[in-house]
Design a protein around this ligand. Structure first.
Ligand code: NAD
Length: 409
């Protein structure tokens, strides 16, 4: 894996340089406000004890309480957690969410644990997480955790505190105070951002390719199709299908629900997943993993618009190639901030005990996306730079203002 922390710091440094951010503020934001490493002892089903290493990073809480996901995977690194916390600071600030960036995780393989072991690990993490709570640090889900894990975290928190506190944990099941639309939020946001960029470029009913058909890619593809995009190819880790006339995405989603994989879909022709990003299309939506567009293939991409649904799917080298070639890239911090926006809605609903209908969630999410996109574009124009740098500048301005008001510089 590439050095994601160095890449995240590089994005920060370049935006800071362009906007001439005060050096002491740049230095402050180049390091997390706090990064803790702690251990979670776990009693295994066979009676043995095992120690797991856990992390929590709070990039800054000048704008509001830190918030976001808990990642569990065997080769998790401190750098990955720090980078993701910085990205969350930027995503919150770009969408005008009054929250700082947080990220946590455990070095563990969830698939190697029994359900009981996994539950005890999650509860142990929450017990040892300091600080926590709706006004301090609000954990949510990420790779390796889900709504069930968040339900255990909330239950653990409420047992410790002795009161109900739905706003203390995000990505919960609806029945425990989760927001309607939380599962779909990131994919909806991706489609909204793609729609805004396509309109700006004057693309009408554009052809699009979506790489990755999981939580984000499937909802993004379905919503893009609803918005008039023609989805000409889709891939997952198993393979790809294509149809230049446009795939029936709802039928593809039903096929994936049934079989667990994209290949074998009768409504499309098998395609080569290795070259799917080079398909003849107008819009490319990488929604799988990071660093899939690199110096090796960026020159062969035919799309004029790339929408980063995944985190960091475009490497810094590919970003430069796209900029030279005039390919518009909607950066991850704008394109996939929909999940962070609805997590903020979830906390607001938890604090106010006012539960919004799905249409309200979607309408308010759309407004945030429109604002984030427009202000990122305005900053990009002001400084004659890319949309990515514009988004980072927009976010850094907001964080800078909060820091200055607090007299923290
Ligand atoms: P997911 O696990 O639900 O789905 C991932 C999809 O990508 C699957 O279809 C998988 O088969 C496919 N895939 C994996 N490796 C691939 C490869 N090499 N080539 C093609 N397809 C591949 O994950 P998700 O929640 O949909 O997240 C996708 C990306 O979006 C990740 O980068 C994640 O960090 C990012 N993201 C997710 C959210 C969210 O709310 N889930 C929010 C922001 C960013």
């Amino acid at each position: 894996m590439s050095d994601v922390w160095a890449e995240a710091q590089c994005n920060l440094a370049r935006a800071a340089e362009i906007m001439k951010l005060e050096p002491e503020l740049t230095e402050r934001l180049m390091r997390p406000q706090s990064f803790t490493e702690f251990t979670v002892p776990l009693r295994l089903d066979d009676g043995r004890k095992k120690i797991f290493v856990a992390y929590r990073c709070r990039h800054q809480d000048a704008v509001g309480p830190t918030k976001d996901g808990t990642r569990i995977r065997p080769d998790l690194t401190p750098g990955e957690i720090k980078a993701l916390a910085l990205f969350m600071s930027v995503k919150h600030a770009v969408a005008d969410i009054p929250a700082g960036g947080g990220k946590g995780g455990i070095e563990a393989d969830p698939a190697a644990l029994s359900e009981g072991e996994y539950e005890r690990l999650i509860r142990g993490f929450m017990r040892r997480l300091t600080p926590k709570g709706a006004f301090r640090d609000v954990p949510g889900a990420d790779l390796g955790t889900d709504a069930r894990a968040m339900a255990w975290m909330l239950d653990e928190y409420e047992q410790i505190s002795g009161f109900h506190a739905p706003a203390a944990v995000n990505d919960k099941p609806f029945e425990l105070g989760g927001s309607r639309g939380g599962h779909e939020a990131t994919g909806w946001g991706v489609a909204a951002a793609a729609g805004l960029a396509a309109a700006e470029l004057g693309l009408k009913n554009p052809s699009a390719v979506v790489q990755g058909f999981g939580q984000v890619g499937s909802v993004a593809a379905l919503t893009l199709a609803e918005r008039g995009f023609r989805i000409v190819a889709v891939s997952d880790v198993h393979g790809a299908v294509a149809d230049p006339a446009g795939l029936d995405v709802a039928a593809l989603a039903a096929h994936v629900l049934k079989t667990g994989r994209v290949p074998g879909f009768p409504g499309g022709r098998p395609a080569d997943p290795e070259t799917i990003l080079e398909t003849d299309c107008q819009v490319l939506v990488p929604a799988a993993v990071q660093d899939v567009l690199t110096a090796a293939n960026a020159g062969r991409v035919k799309a004029g618009l790339v929408v980063e649904a995944a985190n960091a799917p475009v490497s810094p080298e590919a970003d430069e190639i796209f900029e030279r070639r005039g390919v518009t890239v909607v950066p991850d911090v704008v394109a996939n901030c929909g999940g962070a926006v609805v997590c903020d809605f979830e906390r607001t609903q938890g604090l106010s005990n006012d539960w919004w209908p799905l249409a309200t969630v979607r309408e308010r999410l759309e407004k945030r996306l429109v604002g984030a996109y427009a202000e990122s574009r305005a900053a990009a124009r002001e400084f004659g730079t890319s949309l990515r740098r514009g988004a980072w500048i927009k976010a850094l301005r907001r964080i800078r203002a909060a820091l200055l008001w607090r007299g923290w510089s």
